[in-house]
Design a protein around this ligand. Structure first.
Ligand code: MET
Ligand SMILES: [Zn+2]
Length: 773
């Protein structure tokens, strides 16, 4: 029998129940016991749901109250020293995840610890907590979640497949404890393995037949050390346990990494959505009853599966291995997709066609079981489901909603010259200097100003229809006026309108473009209890109408100083959305770029001298495998240029990125050919500036002078020193003075204090030059 399996479920719940539960606990509205009961209920209902959907291997143990890598660290006793004094395990767990500040009480001491570091989980938008290890780390096994959750499910009569974060992924993603010398974390493998084995034995004793061990590191470019570690880990587990081990790779290609584990496990899971070609390469490697788990249903997206195609692919596996040696599965854990389309009533009513193309986690489980059933009992046994699926696939393929012939033609016929500004930077610079007449070390901000409660309330009222368009416009204008006056008072040189009309830099533009829609409950976890609801790009993208002209022109009318138009770049518009998978990414990106290009040109025509196109997501979009970088960078950088190259020499194009480690993509960033780039720098001067010792950046640049992510006001002296450092690395004519990101999450008093100091720093350095001259 072909088995219908799942690798993980969206633990946060259909309507973010777990988030609400956890946050109620944080704010002391419920007790730890209530939290645990609520959590169990959520798991229970999700297990039952998967059972109803026909999943035979239901995962357990992958649920978490904050992050499952953090769970893994805590259960193995990898607790950094600074948290060890917190006695309650749950309090300690949350303290590591999100920090803890608590005054002393009669019975407890004062606690003030920051959170551990967070990093992106492979190429998803999820952030995990980076484990910390000491070189002489001692591991202990404490209340393993997998055993607890397996038993809980069993008590309900549900046989689950426990899931563990694999030992090599766990160690490889970790780092040396804060304040200790870096060391090879994989060297701890022999210490942690015995505890993995103990844990697996506990699972065996509890009645588990299979264990799923997630080793997504298998899709990285791995050096020999890591491969050896993988080999050692799975050899040892095989030798010392009798449970059946499924090792799961996902998010990309395993390539030759598979050789490290293939001989030591009972089953491997492959991501055949990302790497369908690997079915052919891995099939011949399997022997002695080994099982192949086929990741056929995309766990990273929201689109229906092409069932007949998947069945074709699975048939190939069944032919080679026989039914008993094939599992059907989503490509990765479904924790990265939203819960169920049942809760998308609005789209269902408004756009039933689009609704018929959507598939969230619950529906993906059904897709998995339909595929399995088709293989076990023949396609006829699922005739109706297949017919409905084929109809939906066909409607998606042919729907006028997804295709705009004009857009297609325009993308196909972009003239070569449109990908590049007409003149080189040196020529443009001369024209811009003349036009803008800026002082040395010009000051500016990244775009947004504090999004106060008033602004949020007004926007909500407007969205609900409680505030008329006219009243809302008046409100937004007043906000812009406040921001412009403020900037003039503080003495900034290039002003912004403050973005009061934008709730989110991607969603705002999504509403103004064709091809986008918005869900009610398409939530996915970003980190901890924080969830995001990405817009959906389902069709060809084009502008509905000019998107920002009214606001920016109004803001410019209030001042003689140059106003900076503010747009979100094509790559970021894609990366922070659920993206259609029926046309290539580069084509979609070019569509968005062309829509933005029209806006950029309209801003110029309307007299706006500077235009910023933000691309904070270019770096996070980098493919996992280095071999794929070049082609990605080519089209992403190309799209940025396409969006900005339609303007005259004297129009100054800015871009902004919120990270400082751009060393490995320095050339691509230079190739954006923005006239000015503002970039995060505040957390690590060294890291960013060092590169300028060896590489030359020829355009203008504003490394963030202070960190906006904290309410702390940077002093004049501190920024003066920092700017002095920048001057050592970068030519003075190219340097700008600015914060490191938008100010929307800050309060007005701290923004004012910080910017006053920042402007004073710019003035101080200008005065030095004046004296010299
Ligand atoms: C995440 S980057 C943010 C850029 C945007 N212009 C802002 O200031 O908010
Ligand atoms: Zn930023």
């Amino acid at each position: 029998m072909v088995t219908a399996t799942n690798l993980g479920y969206p633990y946060v719940g259909a309507k973010r129940e777990l988030k609400k539960l956890v946050e109620s606990f944080w704010s002391s509205k419920i007790t730890e016991q209530e939290l645990r009961t609520g959590y169990s209920k959520i798991q229970e209902s999700h297990w039952k749901l998967q059972q109803e959907k026909g999943i035979q291997h239901i995962p357990s143990g992958e649920y978490t109250l904050y992050d499952r890598v953090l769970d893994t660290a805590q259960q193995f006793g990898a607790i950094p020293q600074r948290y060890q004094h917190i006695k309650s395990p749950l309090e300690q767990f949350f303290a590591m995840g999100r920090g803890l500040q608590r005054a002393a009480t009669a019975t407890t001491e004062k606690v003030d610890v920051p959170a551990m570091e967070m990093k992106k989980w492979f190429d998803t938008n999820y952030h995990f907590i980076v484990p910390e290890f000491e070189a002489d780390q001692k591991f202990t096994l404490q209340n393993p979640r997998a055993v607890e959750q397996f038993k809980a499910a069993k008590a309900l009569g549900i046989q689950t497949r426990p899931v563990l974060v694999g030992p090599v992924t766990f160690l490889h993603l970790g780092k040396a404890a804060k304040g200790t010398e870096p060391f090879e974390t994989l060297s701890l493998l022999s210490k942690v393995l015995p505890l993995y084995i103990e844990l697996i034995k506990q699972l065996e004793a509890a009645g588990a037949e299979w264990v799923q061990i997630d080793e997504p590191v298998l899709v990285f470019d791995l050096d020999a050390k890591v491969k050896t570690a993988l080999e050692e880990a799975y050899k040892t587990i095989k030798a010392q346990t009798s449970i059946k081990v499924l090792v799961a790779a996902y998010f990309g290609r395993v390539e030759s990494n598979i050789n490290a584990v293939i001989n030591h496990v009972d089953a491997v899971h492959l991501d055949l959505v990302r790497a369908p070609e690997e079915l052919d390469t891995v099939l011949p490697l399997l022997k002695n009853g080994q099982v192949l788990s086929l990741g056929l249903v995309d766990g990273r997206n929201i689109w229906i599966n092409n069932l007949s195609k998947s069945i074709d692919l699975a048939e190939k596996a069944v032919k080679a291995l026989g039914q008993d040696r094939v599992f059907i599965a989503p490509s990765c854990s479904l924790a990265h997709s939203p819960f169920s389309t049942t809760f998308e009533k609005k789209i269902q009513a408004k756009n039933p066609e689009l609704f018929s193309w959507l598939s969230y986690a619950a529906e993906k489980c059904s897709e998995v079981s339909i595929i399995a059933k088709a293989l076990n009992q023949g396609r006829d046994s699922v005739k109706e489901a297949l017919a409905a699926n084929a109809a939906a696939i066909e409607s998606r393929r042919t729907s006028p909603q997804t295709k705009n012939p004009e857009v297609r033609e325009r993308v196909a016929k972009v003239p070569a010259a449109a990908w590049k500004r007409p003149s080189p930077f040196s020529v443009r610079r001369e024209a811009q200097v003349k036009k803008l007449n800026l002082p040395l070390f010009p000051t500016t901000t990244i775009g947004s100003f504090p999004q106060t409660k008033d602004i949020r309330i007004a926007r909500q009222k407007y969205a609900k229809g409680e505030l008329s368009q006219a009243d809302y416009d008046v409100f937004i204008k007043a906000e812009m006026k406040k921001v412009v006056e403020f900037q003039e008072r503080v003495g900034l040189d290039v002003l912004v309108h403050g973005e009061p009309e934008r709730n989110d830099m991607v969603e705002h533009f999504g509403h103004l473009l064709h091809g986008y829609d918005f869900t009610e409950n398409g939530w996915v976890v970003s980190y901890g209890s924080r969830c995001v609801k990405p817009p959906v790009i389902f069709g060809d993208v084009s502008r509905r109408q000019p998107m920002t002209i009214d606001e920016i022109v109004y803001a410019q009318s209030l001042t003689k100083l140059p106003m900076k138009g503010m747009l979100t770049g094509p790559v970021t518009m894609m990366k922070w959305s659920f993206v259609r998978d029926d046309i290539p990414a580069n084509e979609l990106c070019a569509q968005i770029a062309l829509a933005l290009r029209d806006e950029v040109v309209d801003l110029e025509t309307a007299g706006i001298p500077c235009i910023q196109v933000d691309e904070p997501a270019i770096r996070e979009g980098l493919p996992i495998r280095r071999a794929d970088w070049d082609s990605y960078l080519e089209w992403s950088v190309g799209s940025f240029r396409l969006s900005t190259a339609g303007v005259r020499n004297e129009t100054q194009i800015h871009t902004h990125m919120c990270y400082s480690d751009f060393n490995d993509i320095f050339d691509a960033i230079a190739a954006l050919d923005a006239d000015v780039i503002t970039i995060e720098n505040s957390k690590s001067d060294e890291k960013l500036l060092k590169i300028f010792e060896t590489k030359q950046y020829t355009n203008e640049i504003g490394p963030g002078l202070y960190d906006i992510h904290s309410p702390r006001v940077p002093s004049y002296e501190e920024m003066k020193t920092r700017f002095g450092d920048m001057l050592k690395y970068l030519p003075e004519q190219l340097l700008w003075v600015n914060p490191d990101c938008g100010l929307k999450s800050r309060g007005w008093p701290e923004v004012e204090a910080a910017l006053v100091n920042m402007v004073a720093v710019a003035k101080y350095y200008r005065s030095l030059k004046a004296t010299k001259a």
